[in-house]
Write a protein that binds this ligand. Sequence first.
Ligand code: SF4
Ligand code: SF4
Length: 457
Amino acid sequence: MRSIMPQITLIEKACREQRPVERPYRETKHCLAVACGEGMLLYHTMTGEILLLTQKEYTESMTNPVLREELIRHWFLVPTDHDEKKHADQVRQLALLLDHPKKSINHFMVFTTMDCNARCFYCYEMGRPRTVMSRQTALDAGDFIARQCEGEEVTLHWFGGEPLFNASAIDTIIAELTRRNIPYRSHMTSNGYLFDDELVLHAVRDWHLRFVQITLDGTEQVYNKAKAYIYREGNPYQRVMRNTGLLLDAGVHINIRLNMNGENVEDVTQLIEELGQRFRGRKGLSIYMALLTQFTNSSVHAFEDDAIALERMGVLTDRIRELGFARTERVEVGVRRNNCMADNDRSVAILPDGRLGKCEHESEEKLIGSIYEEKLDEKEIALWKEFLRCDDCKDCTAYPVCTFLKRCEWNAGGCSVIQRRKQMIFLKERVLKTYEDWKNERMARRMDKEGQTYEID
Ligand code: SF4
Ligand code: SF4
């Protein structure tokens, strides 16, 4: 048995080692077992530890006394009457008390415009006013960012609509921050259509663009139909593919979101292979699957059975990993404080008219103030921090790391089977990523040893 990821330091301080005593034990509910080439990976969602057991060790884990004792010490086995949910809550609260995060706001999601050059059928902004950020609001937003960040580096996430549809607002805010010597870097959610050689150069050099998320709905014909761009000429799919290449060449990380539903699943499967052929071996590209769900009942659009949709999503996610495009996150190495920007005190969304929000999907309601007000709506901010909880939480493997928000529109119908299964697929991916990195580091150390350097393993 080997520990390939230690416990999260603050959690370790909060829960300490469990001393084995003479009493019956059972497996913890907070363990995700993932098969790998060398046996079985056991990920403890409360402590953050990952153990690697050979297949033989895994089979003997309850009967081999030495192994059993180790698993008890590391909380993988717990007393049969142990209240794990309560324990996970206590450990988390204590760990958070030991943590002292900074308070200044350093992440700003800026909606440069609500207008867009595409007309996706599933767009949640459909029917909302297409407000555009004026030059004056951009100047005031720059001033607000400079006041809030307290001199720290800021991340500006350009959002919309299509943020490049109002690139001058980006230029204005960047100029304001540069004038005040505020360090910054940019991320963007864009359909990627409007980039060209010149804009890529400008974005990297002047906006410090480091990351772009682009959504694809299928191969050429399916994509062009789904996006329904306002332009009559040209081939949007080929254009976005070209721009993805230009951005990668310029060192920008591209995260492709593949929207999947019952109608395009076969095509998305083909698209993954196409992306593999086009970009295989290129650094800085990641791909992830997203299920297009109905806003009304959270079921997957045009799939008869959600379980089938989830299974397909799992298979395609595995294929993406095989191609080397899996999202690069390992399991958490710190206590997970937030779900997303909505419950993060260091994040805020600036709307085109200067109003402030917490969630990228809420541009009209549940707002928390504006760039022109000193005080923010604390009551509203607190409501964004409420976690979603339900009866199933007590038996859920993901409970210690589950930060689903009650207010998030994806959870409007409570914790759905889809949400739960998706969470498990992503956790599994993160465990495997952590394992892959551990293996590569181990290999590098071996090679160092052969080169007469040093050996840690
Ligand atoms: S995924 Fe659902 S059941 Fe599991 S902990 Fe989160 S809210 Fe509870
Ligand atoms: S609350 Fe939900 S929709 Fe809003 S930013 Fe968070 S995850 Fe996204």
